[in-house]
Ligand binder design. Sequence first.
Ligand SMILES: Nc1ncnc2c1ncn2[C@@H]1O[C@H](COP(=O)(O)OP(=O)(O)OP(=O)(O)O)[C@@H](O)[C@H]1O
Length: 261
Amino acid sequence: MIRSEGDIADPAGSGTIDTAEPVVSMHRAAFGYQGRPVVTDIDVEVRRGEVVAVLGPNGSGKTTLVKGLVGLSEHLSGEVSVLGTPLARLRDRTRIGYVPQRHTLVGGVRATVTEVVATGLLARRPWWRRASRADRAAVQQSLETVGLADRARFDVDTLSGGQQRRVLIARALVAEPEVLVMDEPTAGVDHASQAVLAGVLQRLGAEGTTMLVVTHELAALRGVVDRILEVDTGHLVFDGTPRRYAVHQAELARAAGRGSA
Ligand SMILES: Nc1ncnc2c1ncn2[C@@H]1O[C@H](COP(=O)(O)OP(=O)(O)OP(=O)(O)O)[C@@H](O)[C@H]1O
């Protein structure tokens, strides 16, 4: 059974979040690969300004679900709209920022932090056209958002894992997406970097950025996330606030305890 929570938090406390139009809307949606569904029967509406954590065991389909929103897994059935447009008709993909699961920044090619972040603008500007002043300002702004302005000229392979994640977030932010989809932004980095990343997400959430964040580390995002979706074996098994999720988990633990008694 899916438990749902109607109220959403207003992370900025501004009272200005427009909750009327869903930013992401899925109805009986299925996503998968080569025509084979991995996640099915997904019913979710994400409203503007929500910060949604997607939880679940390894292999449950979290990545497949969020990849569906950026066209990296196949949308096989059901209705999916992003920013009011059916997914198949969404032409301007820069409106959705995507931070992939495993960073692939290091790998033979030398590039500075600025160069990597600027690639986030390529969808808007052909590669042969020189970066405009506005482009350079956008790169600088997104590096400031993730706290890496002082590393702009560094080679990315001289950065720590956590800093490289932040470079990828800056690359996703530079085109000013309306929704940011992140796959395990805090995975595999030390606790200090996790805290910095959580701070970055907190700031983005407070600015009203709509985010879907796949994570195994909910504790690192405490206070940032205002809604949790849990996926298990390709199905959505929970949808509600972190507080309700804690209650739900406690209930499951009690039931398991009774079962084993
Ligand atoms: N490109 C692909 N082609 C075919 N099957 C895939 C592909 N990517 C993932 N799968 C399969 O889809 C299922 C769900 O994988 P997915 O990566 O969505 O799970 P996840 O919940 O994100 O796991 P994890 O927490 O380990 O990242 C797995 O059985 C996986 O083997």
